[in-house]
Design a protein around this ligand. Sequence first.
Ligand SMILES: [Zn+2]
Length: 253
Amino acid sequence: MNIILLGTGVAIPQLEKAQSGILVKTPEELVLFDCGAGILGRIVQSGYDYLKIHKTFFTHHHLDHNSDFLALLKAQQLAAMDSDVPVQKMNVFGPAGTQRHVAQLLDLYNYLTVEVAVTELEDGDNIRVGNGVVSVRATKHSVPSIAYRMQTPTSTLVYSGDTEPTESVRDLCHGDVDVLIHECSFPDSYASVSNHTTPAKLRDLIFDLQIDRIVLTHLYPHASGQEDAMVDVIKERFPGRVDVAYDLMKINL
Ligand SMILES: [Zn+2]
């Protein structure tokens, strides 16, 4: 699979960072994980075609993870009007509450005509996507939230969404994992923060797992200038590669 970190930021604006979004290209299709503010533009910058995205997986419904979703639908609708090619259905997946959330948004913006099918996911669910499987575990955030493992015949990605370090993400990293994209919102000087992750806690959760590479994303401005130190904290016990994500970072597996 080919992974592009479209947006690596948070709800507080930061130069050069859109909010949260990851695009995964498998041999069969494009899959979007989260779609915060700025992601639609980043899709265009990535060179991939926003008209070919028909599956969107939400980790949770905070604005920095979903606020460009309607913009994506609108763009697909307009482009379809221009091309005579009917826009395909958008399949949306997310935690409990996703059905109501999407229905209310579409009710407010009733000129959006793209068909949307919502599947709410629960802890332990596994759903087939192309030749792969997306596995779901509940995480620890201030609203219902889930993490995903996407496994294809040749590669495995785990994406934490927003969460405190939690055993469920560790469980998703069973066996060999090519890349774990994990939020690392704050440096360890904010270790008392809830709902989010700091480097030492993440390190102690996953250091002994068979993960080739960890990519830290969703860093708040509070972490600015401390990125290298945060990486070093994880490397104290984790022997694999550790990087801090940046917008439009590509990972080819
Ligand atoms: Zn967030």
